[in-house]
Design a protein around this ligand. Structure first.
Ligand code: GLN
Length: 535
């Protein structure tokens, strides 16, 4: 059987949840026993989102192979088993970069290099590359970022138009659109959808199915109207009303038989989709009786997408502990004294870069350590735990990371090159998965229940191993080390209920159905702390 291709486009507005919809569709197809490989095409010109401010773009999702990718890949990871890596995300910047490099090498034999066919050929070859994925996919799903009508996304749409021309029987176009409710006239409006489909047709793509994002369920006559004006039969016009919990999206689509319609359209297997583990997780979440309050001490808190996977992983830990999650967002910048800290059952210090908010994070960590409140430091958060410990337990008053203070007397966190007194190696980041060995009977070891783990990284600075003895003699346990280089990967405060810092990003490997063990352990400790307070 040759592979099938599903192209997902979006119209009318951005932020409709195209990533979540794609992930949910892929989940339903996996429920039928199909293997799905997913590709996100991003129209922007950055080669990857690694250089973008989190305010601009949200989280950078890192894969095992060290690619810095779009946050939609995090949705794919949480909802599906699709393998993710460098080939799962391509930007216009990457595509043009490849084409221009080839042009410089003389690969185009004196031809004029143009968007059609050179750029579109490169896009198509990236799509085809997914057919070689090691899972041997039955379906390749391609989500096209941006909104139809954007200048930037035109080469991508042109490429999928050509793709269908080449193999019409193997391609399905699903268009996600918005059907707003207009309170002033008490009606839902289909015109934006009609225009969006017209724009698609102008490009030469006729959507086969339409998914309508809407505030509330749509009346049958609205569906019929969209069907008539957009030339899509009404059974293939689906609705996706707002839901309280995004993990319900696969169920909402399944109820309308979107998965079976896809099977019918692409002649895939007719098996009913089985997503029982997902449904069980949702039931567990709905039945949760306890509540846990976690303070997230960060600096991109106006833009929650900047911490997307961290917030999701906290939720997974809460579900696993039969509790509801209440988040308190504590702007690190504004924490000038302990009084500025809201009381929480546990504190999480997420990753970050640079000086802003650093002292607020150190204060929050000190408060958690001195008051035996669970505290979880991730990447920069781990470095903050080390700096605070050095200042207040080791008595190194101005201990710091050289990321913030190059002239500190005690660079407890610094670049490897600084530690080795070697030349800077170019300041590149340590990216992707590394194996780490755990210390027996440590909190980390208890949480993971194994001795070797693999976690993903995205950082430059490291624990300065010249201070190892001082830290260890005074109660900071180094409970995880890189298997090859011995770099410090995990620290724990010995006489504390649960204070753990990790140099890696465990949040990238947490799913609602497979919560990450460290998040489960952190939430568990936070619940115990809350319980103590009640006694
Ligand atoms: N800025 C720190 C470093 O580069 C931490 C990075 C992070 O939190 N992702 O090491």
């Amino acid at each position: 059987m040759s592979e099938k291709f599903i192209f997902i486009t979006g119209g009318v507005l951005s932020s409709l949840g195209k990533g979540l919809t794609s992930a949910s569709i892929a989940k339903l197809l996996e429920g039928k026993g199909l293997k799905v490989a997913i590709l996100k095409l991003d129209p922007y010109l950055n080669v990857d989102p690694g250089t973008m401010n989190p305010y601009e773009h949200g989280e950078v999702y890192v894969t095992d192979d060290g690619a810095e990718t779009d946050l939609d890949l995090g949705h794919y990871y949480r909802y599906t088993n699709s393998p993710l890596g460098r080939t799962s995300n391509a930007t216009s910047g990457q595509i043009y970069d490849t084409v221009i490099k080839r042009e410089r090498k003389g690969d185009y034999l004196g031809k004029t290099v143009q968007v059609i066919p050179h750029v579109t050929d490169e896009i198509k070859s990236r799509i085809r590359k997914l057919t070689q994925s090691k899972i041997k996919p039955d379906v390749i799903m391609v989500e096209i970022g941006g909104t139809v009508g954007d200048i930037e996304s035109q080469p991508f749409l042109e490429a999928i138009r050509q793709f269908r021309l080449e193999q019409p029987q193997n391609c399905l176009n699903i268009h996600l659109t918005y059907v707003p409710y207009l309170p002033s006239c008490g009606e839902v409006k289909t015109k934006p959808t009609q225009h969006s489909i017209q724009t698609m047709r102008g490009i030469g793509i006729i959507p086969d199915m339409i998914v309508c994002r809407c505030e509330q369920a749509l009346d049958k006559d609205v569906i019929n109207k969209i069907s008539l004006f957009c030339s899509v039969k009404s059974e293939w016009v689906f609705e996706l009303p707002d839901v309280d919990n995004v993990y319900q999206v696969p169920l909402v689509l399944k109820e309308q038989n979107l998965d079976d319609s896809i099977s019918e359209f692409l002649s895939l297997n007719k098996k009913a989709s089985n997503i029982s583990a997902w449904e069980k997780m949702l039931a567990k979440q709905n039945n949760a009786k306890k509540t846990v309050t976690i303070g997230v001490v960060g600096k991109y808190l106006d833009h929650k997408d900047a911490y997307k996977s961290v917030l999701e992983a906290l939720l997974h830990g809460a579900i696993e502990n039969d509790s509801k999650l209440k988040l308190e967002f504590l702007e690190a910048d504004k924490i000038k004294s302990i009084k500025d800290l809201k009381k929480c059952d546990g504190y999480l210090i997420p990753g970050g870069f640079g000086n802003r908010g650093y002292s607020g994070k150190v204060l929050a960590t000190k408060y958690a350590r001195e008051n035996n409140i669970p505290c979880f430091g991730i990447c920069l958060g781990m470095q903050v735990i080390v700096v605070e410990f050095a200042r207040n337990i080791l008595g190194f008053e101005n201990a710091h990371t050289t990321e913030v203070d190059l002239s500190t007397d005690h660079p407890v966190i610094s670049l490897l090159a600084e530690q080795n007194h070697t030349e800077d190696m170019g300041g590149t980041m340590r990216l992707g998965a590394y194996e780490c060995k755990l210390k027996t009977d440590s909190k980390a070891h208890k949480a993971y229940s194994k001795k070797k783990i693999s976690e993903r990284h995205r950082h430059r600075y490291e624990f300065n191993s010249t201070y190892t003895k001082e830290f260890e003699d005074n109660g900071l346990v180094i409970s995880g080390k890189d298997s090859k280089s011995d770099l410090c990967e995990i620290v724990e405060v010995k006489d504390h209920p649960w204070m753990v810092g990790v140099q890696f990003h465990p949040e990238f490997q947490s799913k609602p159905t497979e919560p990450h063990p460290l998040f489960t352990a952190f939430i568990n400790a936070s619940l115990k702390h809350a319980q103590k307070g009640k006694k």
